[in-house]
Design a protein around this ligand. Structure first.
Ligand code: ATP
Length: 278
């Protein structure tokens, strides 16, 4: 299903300011095809901005992104739409059409690959080609979601909805999946099933996965490479076993303040603690 592409994603000196805030400050990263990279950091470190820039949902003030021979930062029109199809996004809140059934939600992913008005009109009428239906059912079966195919998305648990979102992303035929806090609203058990699904598409389909995570432990367990960000800068880039206490301090600050900067971060710290126990 995936387009196996071997190009390395090169992020070169990417910067973006919002007023006085440097959301990204000269970020450079080289991500070879097939890696599973966890981006970690406190709230506001710049993780979402980075992912949104890779997908071109946000624009940079300086720097560029290059993929193979393609300069991503200057793509326009159909070439930009193709890039976005190849870089499927997964969001914290799943972004499914709640009143539609699971199967239709997944087939919508295929629409990004079809050009022309006819395909969109047919989709609005709920008519999809048999090929799309077969691909969607196969994806659902793979992630144990087949029994839910005809249920409305809103009847599923958060973890199931996020796995449906992964199926929808797969139907785009992506070379890369960009997942922005995909487990932040999930309980530890559901979070684990979602991380396992992302690992499966990375390992079995060879899709590059870049995933923003608050849970350091989840990043350690599932990602072969961890990038730590702090105030818009990359302050750590290495294998999980290289992430020492000193490196964690560079990313999150001293342990005493690490998880309590905001109520939301305190909640996430509790979730992270439960993660280990799940
Ligand atoms: N559209 C925007 N307008 C103004 N400021 C923004 C905008 N987008 C991001 N920022 C600011 O840029 C900084 C980085 O934000 P970003 O959302 O990328 O961080 P993050 O690490 O993903 O945080 P979180 O985990 O809370 O989502 C923050 O200070 C944020 O307030």
């Amino acid at each position: 299903m995936s387009r196996r592409m071997n190009a390395t994603l090169e992020i070169q000196g990417l910067s973006r300011r919002f007023g006085n805030t440097a959301a990204l400050d000269a970020v450079s990263l080289s991500i070879p095809a097939g890696q599973m990279v966890g981006i970690i950091g406190r709230s506001g470190a710049g993780k979402s901005t980075l992912l949104r820039m890779i997908n071109r949902m946000a624009e940079s003030d300086a720097g560029r992104i290059v993929w193979g021979r393609q300069e991503v930062t200057s793509l326009r029109g159909q070439a930009l739409r193709d890039w976005r199809t190849g870089c499927a996004m997964i969001f914290q809140q799943f972004n499914l059409v709640q009143r539609l059934d699971v199967l239709t939600n997944v087939m919508i992913g295929r629409l990004n690959r079809r050009r022309g008005l006819a395909a969109r009109v047919n989709a609005l009428l709920g008519r999809f080609p048999d090929e799309d239906r077969a691909l969607a059912l196969a994806a659902l079966e793979r992630f144990d979601l087949l029994p839910t195919a005809l249920q409305r998305a809103e009847t599923l648990s958060g973890g199931q909805q996020q796995r449906v979102a992964i199926c929808r992303a797969l139907l785009q035929g992506p070379h890369t999946i960009l997942a922005d806090e995909p487990i932040a609203s999930l309980d530890p058990r559901n979070a684990r099933t979602v991380m396992e699904a992302l690992r499966a598409v990375n390992r079995r389909d060879g899709i590059t996965v870049v995933v923003n995570l608050h849970h350091l432990d989840a990043a350690r367990e599932f990602c072969g490479r961890i990038v730590g960000m702090q105030a818009g800068r990359v302050v750590f880039d290495g294998a999980p076993e290289q992430l020492t206490e000193a490196a964690a301090e560079r990313i999150y600050g001293p342990p005493a303040t690490r998880h309590a900067a905001t109520a939301a971060e305190a909640d996430r710290a509790i979730l992270a603690a439960r993660w280990a126990a799940a």
